[in-house]
Structures are given as structure tokens and as C-alpha cells.
Design a protein around this ligand. Sequence first.
Ligand code: KIV
Ligand code: ZN
Length: 510
Amino acid sequence: MGEKNRIYLFDTTLRDGEQSPGVSLNVDEKLEIAQQLARLGVDIIEAGFPIASPGDFQAVKTIAQKVKGPVIAGLCRASRNDIHGCWEAIKYAERPRIHTFLATSDIHLKHKLQTSREDALQQAIDAVTYARSLCPDVEFSAEDASRSDLDYLAQVVEAVINAGAKVVNLPDTTGYAVPEDYGQFIRSIIERVPNIGDTIISVHCHDDLGMAVANSLAGVLGGARQIECAVNGIGERAGNASLEEIIMALYTRKSFYNKEIEVNYQEIYRTSRLVSSLTGMVIQPNKAIVGANAFLHESGIHQDGVLKERSTYEIMSPELVGVFKSNLVLGKHSGRHAFKERLLALGYDLDDTELAKAFAGFKEIADKKREINDDDLEALVKDRVKAVPERFSLEYLHISCGTGVIPTATVKLGIEGKVFQAVSTGDGPVEAACHAVDRITDIYGKMIDYKLHAVTSGKDALGEVLSRIQIEDNVYNGRGLSTDILEASVKSYINAINKYYYEISLRDQD
Ligand code: KIV
Ligand code: ZN
């Protein structure tokens, strides 16, 4: 199959995805996601928008330095300052890409940029020319392309190709397009631009009308060869096209699309889970491919059919996307060897220190919970192994609360080998404990989001709390795991405070 049939997967989870309302990831979390995206095998990782903040710059630079395999792209507006800043962050990558953008629709030119079509055309040419003087791989995005005048857009595309753009992206920025129309739009631009040659036309669709994936695939039928998408479909407003849906549509309906992609399918589920847990964006149970119900059959007729022959009601196998359900459970008598073997089967190859930390956590939980299954183990690894260094650790928690009682918490925290204690009250038990933590740490966080979910079913289920804590001007995601939900809540709060502390200590080292 020729090059022209190859579809390039451009993942923007760390840029557009991170623009999801309420999401904010620190450098380590972004690096972890980027490494997982590399394992999944996407072609391009858009690591961020370096000029947006020093934190974004640092994250893009770190990813460029450490993540091998995919092209690493950085986004920048069409100005010399932005482009230069972007290059400074991505230049360390094996294969860097500058992704510069400028709006082309009259609505944006008139109301947002207050510029003319002629001036915008020149600005796009200047931006791409400058970007090419720094980097051999330059992508230009015509923001709001799907609502732009076709003749003008074709003129811009021709000009940026002349200026050196290798990839031209034609986004449906507002999620306004519908599949037939968008597919035809991509086709028309390709037909109208005389110097299109080997230039890769890219699609980038938002999901405001729930059609981002359908529009992206229609764009492919119209001739696009790159799809920009995000894990779990996260992104601005209603989000971007979902990476896992795009991959599985191209795979499952290969006889229809006749396109090639190169990914490690079995990493799909793990990638989705990682992004969900680090961003705190919960996946709806009926979400295609990665939702909890995606491969469950409820009705008797369906169950009967699947037992007789899976293909009666299953068009994809859960194992292909990495959903392995094992009946194996571990318990308090399980040894380190069995524990290690099970983690390996789940794809976690831990070094000795990580394994020791995870095993200690396993023993703690096994004392309280009779059976520990794969979901518990995954939650445990994320909780114990991937955590930032623990400046503050929870040593003791006692809360008294009830009807007519003022919630009062006693907390002991370990700090550098010493134990400190504080007592506080609050409107509720969690608040009382968080206030006590604040008194010890002298760091005052505000809980702006709190989600509790049971990792597995049953009365002794592990509770996982994902919280978002505002400290000064930044927001930190906290995670806490325990069979006791109040303990999980306080651990989640302390985890966010540890992230804050880690970040400022890194800042002080610079
Ligand atoms: O939606 C959009 O137009 C974008 C561009 C910056 C590519 O995100
Ligand atoms: Zn976008």
C-alpha cells in the first residue's frame, strides 16, 4: 500500500486536550502521558503551546528532550516572537515540528484579529517563512477554515505551501461542519490548490455537534492524510475528535476506508485510563471503545448470541484495544512474585524500588480488602509509584462527625522524619481534615472539584478520590486511594499539596 494511503495520527491531548475547561497538568504528568502516547505509537505528539506560560514551555522542552519516536510539535501563533519561543522548546526533539496558526475566516479576521484578508495572507507567509528558517518541518493551521471563504482559503494554502509548509491543517474550529460538507470542503481545497504536490492536508475537528470523528473521517475520504485528535476526545468546549474512535474506525472498517495506520492497538485502553486519571476527566460508561460498558452485553438475547459466537454482537475484540479482564484475584497471602507477575501481565514493568513501594501499598490494602483484582492493582500503581516525592505523608487521621456534631479532625503528618499534629473543625469532615493539614503545612489550598468513585464493586471496594486544588494561581490534581473514603479524600488533598511543593522546589532550583 503506497504512502498516499498512510494516515498520520497527530495527537493533541497535551495541547487542545489540556485546554479542556478545568484541566491542568504539571510537567511530570505531561511527560508521563507523552511517554504513553509514544508507546501507543502516534505519529505526532503536540506537546503544548510553549509561549502560553513558563510551565507550558518547560513541559514541551522536557517532552522534546525525553520522548523518542514520534514527531514532537509545539503550537504558536503566527508571530516571530511566538515562533521563536516555540522553537526554543522543541528544538531538542529528534524530529521537531513548528505548528503555527492564523485564522482565515472573515468572522475571525474582522472581529478577533481586526485585520484584512491581504494582511493576514502576508502574515501567514511571513510566519511560515520564518518557521522554516528554524525548522525543516512546519505545519500551518488556517483557524476556522471550515467557515472561511473557499477562494481566499485556497489562496492562503497555496501561499503557505510556497513559503515551505509541509502540512496544512484545515480545522473545523467551532464544530460547525457536517460530514458530507466537510469531506467535500477538503476535496475542493485539494483540487483548487495548484502546488498541493506532496503536502499533507490535515483535519482537526471539534465535537460541538457530536460529529468530530465523523467529520474527520469524511475529511479522510476527501483526501486528508493527517488527523488531529485527542485521547478520550478531550479538548476545548465539547472536545476534539477522539483518538481511540478514529483508530478503531479505520481498523474495523478498513475494507471501506482502505487506509493504513501504525499503532500498538493494545495500548489504547491504558492510554485512555492514564489520561482520564491524570486530567480528572471521567469517561462516561457508554463511551465508544474505552467506556466501562463498551464491551458489556446486558440483554439475555445478546449474551446468548455472544456465547454462541462473539461476532453476533461484537465488531471489535476488547483484547485488541487492551481490555483484559482476568478472573485472577490476589489477596493478603499472595507473595511478591505473584504480585509482580500480575503487574507484568497488566503491562507494568516496575523496577525494584517501584515494586517495593507498590508491594507495601498492596499489603496495606490486602489487610482491609479480601480480594484485590486488576482494577485495584492499576489504581494502586498509579497511587504509589507514579506519585511525586512525598514531602508530607499522612500518618494518622481521626475524624469525629455525625448529626448535630461539629466535624473535628486530628491529623498527623510526617515531614522529613518528624511527625506534626494539628486539630481543626470544618463544615464537613473532609473540610475539617483539610484545615488541619493546612495548619501543619502552612499551605492553604482551595478544593474546587472533588470526585469519589469506587474502583471495584462491593462493600470493601477501594475508593479513589480525584480532587482539584487551587493553590495561589495554579490548580493541582490530587489522587487518594483507600478503603476508607475520608482517608482517600485527605490523601488526595495531601497529594495535590505535595505536587505544589514539588513544583516550587523545582522552580527554586532553576
Ligand atoms: O481548533 C483549532 O482551530 C485549533 C488550531 C489552533 C489548530 O486548535
Ligand atoms: Zn482545536
